[in-house]
Ligand binder design. Sequence first.
Ligand SMILES: [Zn+2]
Length: 54
Amino acid sequence: MIACPECGSKLTIADDVVQNEIVECESCGVELEVTNLTPLQVELAPEEQEDWGE
Ligand SMILES: [Zn+2]
């Protein structure tokens, strides 16, 4: 079992998750990137910066 780095809730991650997949914490909704599979590790996903070309 792995905990959300943002809120500490236990994360439910599918067995067929792949490296670099983005998963969402069900508790706080933060996006997490799978950085390692064995052992399973996640990090906060870098926020997409919308570039509106201002
Ligand atoms: Zn969370």
